[in-house]
Design a protein around this ligand. Structure first.
Ligand code: G
Ligand code: G
Ligand code: MN
Ligand code: NA
Length: 258
C-alpha cells in the first residue's frame, strides 16, 4: 500500500516527531512524567494519525526500527528534563517490539548512551499485545520485562479496563503502574457516569492494595479532577492539564532554557 511505502521512507526522511503529554500530581499540580506520542507528518501531505499508521507499522514489522527511534528521541529529551526535576518519560511499546529477542538489551543500551537513570524510563504496554502470542512468546515478553524491572525501568499497563480479562493479565504481567482508560473518566451527565465512577473507585482501590501507582487518563474538566481527587486518585493525564505538545513546550512548562 501507499501508506507502507511512505512509512518505509519516513524514518530516513525525518518525518516523525514526538509530542509529550504531562502526567500531573493531582494534589500539587506538579508534572511527574510525560508520555511520548508519535506523530507522522509526511512531506507534501497531511499528518497521518497514529491510529492509522501504527497498525500498519506493526503488521509490517517497521514498528521495530520506528520504536527504536522513539526510544532514542524520548531518552534524549528526557535527559534534559531529568536534570533538576524528578520527571520520567513514558514510551508506548508494541508487542512486536517486546518479542524481539534483544529488546531488554536495546533499551538498557539506549539508556546508557544517553546517561539516563533507569528509573527515568517507563514502558507502556497493553493487555492486547498478549492476545495473539504463543505461550513461548508470552514467556519471552515476561522475561524481558522482568530483566528491565530488575534494572529499575518501570512498566505501566495502558488502557486498563478495556481488555477482555484485565484481572488475569494483571496477575500475569510484571507491572508497576496502572493507567485507567479514558473511557472511565466519563463526564457527569454521561449516561454511564454513575457506573463509571463505581468502576474507577474500585480500580483505584485495587491498584492501591497491589501497591501500584495509578494514572487516570482523559481528564478534561475541573469536575472530573475534583471527583478523582476525592476518590484518592494520585495522578492524572488529560486535556484539562495539557494536550500532547512538542518537546519545546515541555521545556517551557519546566522552565528549561535550551
Ligand atoms: O494520542 P494519540 O492519538 O497520539 O495516540 C493514539 C494511539 O497511538 C494510542 O493508543 C497510543 O498508545 C499509540 N501510540 C502513540 N505513540 C506511539 C508509539 O510511539 N508507539 C506505539 N507502539 N504506539 C503509539
Ligand atoms: O492509548 P493511549 O492511552 O496510549 O493514548 C492516549 C490517547 O489519548 C492519545 O490519542 C491522546 O492524544 C489522547 N488523549 C490525551 N488526553 C485526552 C483527553 O483528555 N481526552 C481524550 N478524549 N483523549 C485524550
Ligand atoms: Mn499510552
Ligand atoms: Na490509555
Amino acid at each position: 500500500t501507499r501508506l507502507l511505502t511512505g512509512l518505509r521512507r519516513a524514518l530516513a526522511q525525518g518525518e516523525f516527531t514526538l509530542n509529550y503529554q504531562p502526567v500531573v500530581d493531582l494534589a500539587s499540580g506538579d508534572i511527574r512524567a510525560v508520555e511520548a506520542l508519535l506523530r507522522w507528518n509526511p512531506a507534501g501531505s497531511r499528518p497521518v494519525p497514529p491510529d492509522v499508521f501504527i497498525p500498519v507499522a506493526e503488521e509490517s514489522g517497521l514498528i521495530v526500527p520506528i520504536g527504536a527511534w522513539v526510544l532514542e528521541q524520548a531518552c534524549a529529551d528526557a535527559r534534559r528534563w531529568h536534570e533538576g526535576h524528578d520527571i520520567s518519560v513514558t514510551v508506548n511499546i508494541s508487542g512486536r517490539q517486546l518479542r524481539e529477542p534483544d529488546f531488554a538489551e536495546t533499551v538498557l543500551d539506549i539508556l546508557a548512551r544517553h546517561d539516563l537513570p533507569e528509573r527515568a524510563l517507563v514502558l507502556e504496554i497493553t493487555e492486547s499485545m498478549l492476545l495473539a502470542t504463543t505461550p513461548a512468546e508470552t514467556a519471552r515478553i515476561i522475561a524481558a520485562l522482568t530483566t528491565l524491572r530488575e534494572h529499575g525501568v518501570r512498566v505501566a499497563l495502558d488502557d486498563f479496563g478495556t481488555g477482555y480479562s484485565s484481572l488475569s493479565y494483571l496477575r500475569t504481567l510484571p507491572v508497576d503502574i496502572l493507567k485507567i482508560d479514558k473511557s472511565f473518566a466519563a463526564p457527569a451527565g454521561h449516561a454511564d457516569h454513575h457506573q463509571m465512577r463505581a468502576f474507577t473507585k474500585a480500580i483505584l482501590e485495587l491498584s492501591a492494595s497491589l501497591r501500584l501507582d495509578t494514572i487516570v487518563e482523559g481528564v478534561e474538566s475541573q469536575e472530573q479532577a475534583a471527583l478523582l481527587q476525592r476518590m484518592g486518585c494520585p495522578l492524572v493525564q488529560g486535556y484539562l492539564f495539557s494536550p500532547p505538545a512538542p518537546a519545546r513546550q515541555i521545556d517551557g512548562l519546566l522552565t528549561i532554557t535550551p
